[in-house]
Every structure is written in C-alpha cells, then in structure tokens.
Write a protein that binds this ligand. Sequence first.
Ligand SMILES: [Zn+2]
Length: 512
Amino acid sequence: MFWQKLVIVLLIFFSILLYRTYVVFKPDKDIFKPCSSSIDNHSLNFDHQRLKTFQTLLQFQTISYDEHNQNFDEIKKCRDFIRKHYHGLTKEYSKFVQVHSIAEYSLLYSIQGKNSKLKPFLLSAHMDVVPAGNLEHWKYPPFDGYSDEEFVYARGTLDDKGNLFTMMEAVKEYLNVYGQPSRTFYVALTHNEEVSLSGAAGIAHYLSKQPFGHNGQFEFILDEGTIILEDAFPTLKNPLAMIGVAEKGCVTIEYRIDIAPGHSSMPSAPTAIGILARGVDKLESTPQPSQFGRGPEMGVFLGVTPYLSFPLRLAMSNMWLFSPVIQWVLSRKPATDAMQRTTTAVTHISGGEKDNILPTSASATVNHRLHPADSCQKILKFNRQTINDDRLVAHVKQCDEPSPISPHGKNIHSYRILEQTIRQTFIQDSEPIIVVPALMLGGTDSKSYTNLTKNIYRFSPFIYRHEDLSRLHGDNERIKHTDMQRGLNFYFHLILNNQLEHIPDTTLRSEI
Ligand SMILES: [Zn+2]
C-alpha cells in the first residue's frame, strides 16, 4: 500500500515538473517575427568614411580620472569636433534642429517634431572615458583607433563612443531621408558620466523646464546599458538582448575605530588595525543575502527558459523547487552573483603612523552595489549585525538608492517599440534573438533623468561574448565593424518606429 501511494505521489510530482517545463514554458515562435510596425527597409552602412570619423572621435583622450580631474582640453576638442561634424544639421534644418551647450562641455541636440501632442523621447550617450590602465597590456595604443578587418580597437569603443557615434549618424540619416519628424526627440551627449553626473543633471534640469504640455513627461529615455550576450546560458543557442529596466544603487561606507595610543613595546592586543581587520574579514566572508526573484533579473531567467535544453530547462521552469540550486550556481561566478545580490568590495584601508607606535585609529572603505530589493539602510543594518562590534563606527560617504524599476512588457508602448526595433535590426542568419528585461549592474547618466519619465531603459546594441565583458573599463577594448553597422540601423529604426503613435493591433496580437 505504502509503495503504491509513493509511486502515485512521485508520478504526480514529475508530471507537475514536466507540465511546467513543456507547457507553461513552451517556446513562443511568434516572438521571432520581425518587427511588422516598421515603415521602411532603409539600411545604413558602416562605410570607410564613417569608420574614419569614428576613429577621429576615439583619438580624443577624453579621460575622466575623478570628479575634479578630467582631461578637459581633450573633452573640449571632442565636443568641438562633434559640433563641427554635425554642423550641417543645425544649419540645414535650423527651423527644427538646435544644439545647446550644458554644464560647459555637454551637448544637447533637440529635434522639434511636427506633432506637439506626441510626448518627446531622449537618447543619451557620453563622450568621456576611463583611463586606459597599463598601456603594455594593450595590443594597439588605446587612443589610436586602430582598425583591422573585424574590429576597431580603442578606449571608448564600447563605452560609450560607439553608442554616441551610431546615434548621431542615425539622427543625421533620419533627417536626410525623412526630414522633420512627427515626434520631438533629444540627443544628450554628456562629458562626465564616468566620474560625476553634472552633465546629465544639467540636461535633466534644462529639459524639466521645457513646456511639453504633458506635465514635462517624456515617452521614454534610452541610455547606454545592458547588451546582447552570445553565450549567455549553457545550451542557449540564441543571442540574448537584455534591456536594463533598473540599475543597481551604490552605497560607500567608511568604518573607523579610534582608541587610546600606546607604545609598541607593551602592546595591548587587539590593536585598532586588528579590530578593523576582523570587521573587514567578516564583511568579506558574509555575502549580503540573495535577492533572487525580487528584482528585474528574474525577467532574464523567465525569458530564456523555453529555449534551453533539458535538464536546465526543467530546473528553470520549476524555480519553486530548484531556486536554491540556481542561486548556488549563480553565486559561483562574480558576474552572475552580482545579479542576485548586493555586492561588497573593500576598496580602501588605512591605519598606523609609525613603526613603533600603536595605531590610535584605523579605517576601511567598503563599496556596495545595491540590488533593487535592498536599500542603504538595510545594508547598514546587515553590516552592523555582521561586524557585531560597536567599536567600529560607520560613516556613510555616499548613498545612491537603486533606481526604480521601469514599466516593461507588452502593454508598455515605448518598451515594445524598443523590443521590436532590437528584433528588427538583429535578424541573423543563425538563431533569432531573444529580448528580455534585465538589471543593469553599473551606473549610468540615466539616474539623473528620473524626474522626466518612469520609462527609462538602458541598452547598448552590441553583441558580446563572456570574454568581452572584461574589456569594458579593461584592456584591449574593441568593437566589431558589424556591431557598428547594427548600431547605426538600431538607432535609425528606433527613431523611425517611434514616429508611430500606436503599434498596429496586428503586431500586438502576433507577438509576446
Ligand atoms: Zn558608460
């Protein structure tokens, strides 16, 4: 009797697993249909002339070291080059195209649409770059813009001059082909995204004062962000486009201890340095709790599940059972672990003055990147319990809460247009592209734009493999010629598709 019951229970159990795997999470073939709302087949080429202009942009050493230390001469030259190169836009289309200088070095292009009832949108990119690091690690000098048959190598190719250039070229092409658009849009080119947000904050302030007649609200904002991964999951053959619908926050905390001085010949252990070191060790060895399933990272897992192979597909279709296993797998790699929790990095430590004097104080700085389900207060509380030593006093140096999660899904017009434009411009010979909402791990200018709209998306239309991720802010940053070509067509069709007031119903029914 017992065995009979057990067999029945097991049968029901496995039926539930298989039902979820093959029925609830079945692939939706319709999602691979190309964008049917597009109103043309225009195509742009990353030709020799565009390559040369892009190389010139890369040769400006627009380095941001810190907030007060930027290579302003080069940033100014870069800004002047952009203004000059796109001078034709403001000259030829002066009735509806203008350029504004903001925070001295940032630029804002405004392209006035014919229909003032349509909400405007904003495209954003930045012209500054992080330092190149150790030059000996670079295959080609980081500011030459060297190009071979396949790649262009330089600091800033991926972050963020590739976006900046393809965006501006698409605007130029759009105006040359279609003239004045229906919908007003703006292009923000900031100069200090890597170290400060005063360029973006200035642009946000300027735009919030404009009389749009829609409570100052934008249809959407698109900034640099999450990318297209080619080998995103084991057994997944499709490239995976991730639209960042939220970005992590950042809290920097200094832990400090002050105690009475003493001579090193009669030490009373532990010293200030010893106490601090123990606290730091506890923080490093106790990860913040996993927030798996409580943020937009879940969109990635739900989106790819139907396209994985057994048994991974079975596990991902049944998170109610396998969630702890998936969390463990994610925790094995820093890049995937960062998706599910707030990260902890001890970035600075100091203490002691002389070889024979006991230190009276010691301090360490800890930088956390906040998952959207966490907050600065929550992290402070968790750390206090982890350290469990009142002698270490916390001082919050900086607190940027995680961004709100932008609306996404089939009922959000701007998200759907973005999603369709990605599919439209990334039709490949091999496997079709999957588009999912995701969490952006780094910070962007878009933090400054939250007063303009709820619909903030972060996406860079370039294909990466896992090994390319380390090139961002790392050595040998490079971009493929084919990615530049896709970038041109992505931005062109994004502008074009956003001239539609509504997505045609036929498209709505045939897609996700
Ligand atoms: Zn960037």
